[in-house]
Ligand binder design. Structure first.
Ligand code: ADP
Length: 535
C-alpha cells in the first residue's frame, strides 16, 4: 500500500492481527455514526469502571484507617489497664502508710476505672482474650475483697495484720492480675501489628491492581482508537489513490474496501463512476479516431481540389489570354475595318473575358494559398507608390461613375518592406469594391504610420454592410446578398484573398460600416515584414 513509507508503524500493525480486527470492524453492517457511537461508549465505559474501582479503593483505605484507629484505641486501653492496676497497687500501699479513708476510697475509685476499661476492652475482643479478661475480672473481685479486709483492719488499727494481708494475699493477687493484663496488652499490640501488616499488603495489592487496570485501559483505548480510525482511513486512502488514477486518465482501477457502511456505498458509487468514465473515454477515443480519419480525408480532398483548381486555372488562362488578345487586335482594326454592328458584341466579349480572367486569377491565388504554395516576394517599397498605382488604375472607373476618388497619404513615410505587388492587389480589391458599391459621393484611400505599422484605409459613401454580415464578408464566396451580385457583379473571393495576403504579411484586416451610409475597410501591415510572419 502507498502509506507503507508515510506511516511505517501503521503498516506493520495492519499486517498483525490488529489488521484483521480493523477489517472486521469495517465489515460490520452498520452506519459510521453507530460505529463511532459504540466506540465512544466503550471508552466512556472504561472510564466509568476505572472511576468505580478508584472509589472502591479509597473506601477500602478509609475503612483500613478506621480499623487502625480502633486497634490503637484498644492498645491504649490495654495500657491504661496496666497503668490503673499499678495505681491500685500503689494506692493500697499508700493507704497502709497514711492510714486514712481518703486513701482507701482512692483505691476503690481506681478499681472502678479499671473495671470500666476492662469492659471497654472486652467489647469486640476475640474469644481467647475474653477468657483472660474473665480471669482478670474474677481475680480483681477477689483483690477487692482483700482490699476491703485490709481497710477494715486499718480502721480497727490493726496495721500489722493489714500489712500481713497485703503482703500475703493482695500482692500475689495483683501480680497475677498484672501478668494477665500484660497478656491482654500484648495481644492487642500483636493484633495491631498484624492489622497494620495486612493493611500494608492490601494497599500494595490495590496499587498493583489499579496500575494494571490503568495500563489495560490505556492499551484498550489505544487499540480501540486504532481499529476504529483505520476502519475509516483505509477506505478514504483507497478512494484517494483511485481518484488520483482517475485524474491521471486511468479509469481501469477499482476501489476495493471491506466496509459495509457509508464508505462501502461510496466505493460502489466510485466504481460505477469509473466504469461510466471508462465507457465515455472509449467512446470519445473512437470518435476522435473517426474524426482524425475524416480530417485526413478532408485534407486530402481539399488539397486535391486546390491542386485541381490551380492546374485548371492555369490551363484556362492561356486560351483566355489568346481570346482577349485577338479580340483586342480585331477591335484595333489590325484585321481590317470592323463593321459597326460587330463593335458592341466584340466589346462585350472583351469585358466578359476580362471578368472571367479576374475570376480565374482569384481562384488560382486562393488555391495556391490553400495548397501552401503561395509565397510572398519581399522587397523595399514605398506605401505612397502603392496608393498612387491603385489611384491610377481605378481613376477612370471613378470618373465614369461620377464618384470622387481621393488619396490621403501621410507625408514622409519611411521605406517599407513587403510584397508590393500583393499589397497593391489587396488595395485594388478594396478600392474596386468601394467604387462598385458607391453610386455617388466619394471614395478615400489613405495610409499612415501607427506604432511601427502601416495602416491602410479605404472609406466610401456607398451602400454599407448590415452589422450581422460584417464578419462574413471576409469568407470565401460570401456576398452580403444575392441581389448584390446581380447588380454589381463579383465573385465573393476578393476580400478572402485580401485577408489571406494581409495575414501572410503578419497584419490584420477589419471593417466598420453603417447600412446606407458607407463602409471603412482597414488593414495594418508591419512597416518591415519579418520573414517568419510570412511562413
Ligand atoms: P465581390 O467579388 O462580390 O466583391 P468580395 O469578397 O470582394 O467579393 O466582397 C464580398 C462582399 O462584401 C460583396 O459581395 C459585398 O456584398 C460586400 N462588400 C465588400 N466591400 C463592400 C463595400 N465597400 N460596401 C458594401 N459592401 C461591400
Amino acid at each position: 500500500m502507498r502509506f507503507d513509507r508515510a506511516d511505517p508503524l501503521a503498516a506493520v500493525l495492519l499486517r498483525s492481527p490488529l489488521g484483521a480486527l480493523v477489517r472486521g470492524v469495517a465489515r460490520i453492517r452498520t452506519s459510521v455514526q453507530h460505529k463511532l457511537l459504540v466506540a465512544f461508549l466503550l471508552v466512556t465505559l472504561l472510564f466509568i469502571v476505572m472511576g468505580a474501582f478508584s472509589v472502591q479503593t479509597i473506601r477500602r483505605m478509609s475503612q483500613h484507617t478506621d480499623w487502625l484507629d480502633e486497634a490503637h484505641r484498644r492498645v491504649d486501653l490495654s495500657h491504661q489497664l496496666q497503668h490503673s492496676l499499678a495505681m491500685q497497687m500503689h494506692l493500697t500501699g499508700m493507704a497502709l502508710l497514711v492510714r486514712n479513708e481518703m486513701a482507701l476510697s482512692s483505691v476503690l475509685r481506681e478499681n472502678n476505672r479499671f473495671n470500666d476499661t476492662l469492659a471497654r476492652i472486652e467489647q469486640q475482643a476475640p474469644d481467647a482474650e475474653r477468657q483472660i479478661i474473665q480471669k482478670i475480672r474474677t481475680a480483681q473481685e477477689e483483690a477487692m475483697t482483700v482490699v476491703a479486709d485490709i481497710a477494715n483492719l486499718v480502721r480497727d488499727g490493726k496495721i500489722d495484720a493489714a500489712t500481713e494481708l497485703q503482703l500475703t494475699r493482695e500482692d500475689p493477687l495483683y501480680r497475677s492480675i498484672d501478668d494477665l493484663v500484660r497478656v491482654v496488652a500484648q495481644h492487642e499490640d500483636e493484633r495491631m501489628a498484624s492489622l497494620r501488616a495486612s493493611i500494608q499488603s492490601a494497599n500494595r495489592r490495590s496499587i498493583v491492581v489499579m496500575g494494571a487496570f490503568a495500563v489495560v485501559s490505556v492499551v484498550l483505548a489505544l487499540v480501540g482508537g486504532f481499529v476504529i480510525s483505520w476502519a475509516f482511513i483505509l477506505p478514504v486512502r483507497a478512494a484517494d489513490a483511485f481518484l488520483s488514477d482517475v485524474a491521471a486518465g486511468k479509469f481501469a482501477g477499482v476501489v476495493e474496501v471491506p466496509n459495509r457502511d457509508e464508505f462501502g456505498a461510496l466505493a460502489t458509487r466510485l466504481n460505477e463512476t469509473a466504469r461510466e468514465l471508462a465507457r465515455l473515454d472509449a467512446e470519445q477515443r473512437l470518435t476522435a479516431d473517426t474524426l482524425r480519419a475524416l480530417n485526413l480525408k478532408l485534407e486530402q480532398a481539399s488539397q486535391a481540389k486546390s491542386a485541381f483548381l490551380a492546374n485548371m486555372s492555369h490551363e484556362l488562362r492561356t486560351p483566355l489570354n489568346a481570346i482577349l488578345g485577338f479580340t483586342e487586335m480585331i477591335l484595333d482594326d489590325l484585321y481590317g475595318d470592323v463593321p459597326a454592328e460587330l463593335k458592341e458584341p466584340l466589346a462585350d466579349i472583351q469585358t466578359n473575358g476580362k471578368h472571367l480572367l479576374r475570376l480565374i486569377n482569384d481562384v488560382l491565388d486562393l488555391s495556391k494559398i490553400e495548397a501552401g504554395r503561395m509565397e510572398l516576394s519581399l522587397g523595399d517599397y514605398a506605401a505612397e507608390d502603392i496608393v498612387g498605382t491603385v489611384r491610377a488604375s481605378l481613376r477612370s472607373i471613378a470618373d465614369d461613375k461620377g464618384v470622387e476618388l481621393v488619396t490621403e497619404v501621410e507625408p514622409n513615410l519611411p521605406d517599407a518592406y513587403g510584397d508590393a505587388k500583393r499589397l497593391t492587389q489587396c488595395l485594388l480589391n478594396l478600392v474596386g469594391n468601394a467604387l462598385k458599391f458607391t453610386h455617388h459621393g466619394r471614395v478615400t484611400v489613405g495610409v499612415e504610420l501607427q506604432g511601427g505599422q502601416l495602416r491602410y484605409r479605404v472609406s466610401d459613401t456607398g451602400i454599407g454592410i448590415p452589422a450581422d454580415k460584417l464578419d462574413e464578408v471576409f469568407a470565401e464566396f460570401r456576398q452580403v446578398d444575392a441581389t448584390t451580385t446581380r447588380n454589381f457583379g463579383g465573385t465573393g473571393l476578393g476580400l478572402s484573398i485580401t485577408k489571406k495576403f494581409v495575414e501572410m504579411h503578419g497584419g490584420r484586416i477589419w471593417v466598420e460600416s453603417e447600412l446606407g451610409k458607407g463602409s471603412i475597410f482597414y488593414f495594418t501591415i508591419p512597416l518591415r515584414v519579418e520573414l517568419a510572419a510570412t511562413a
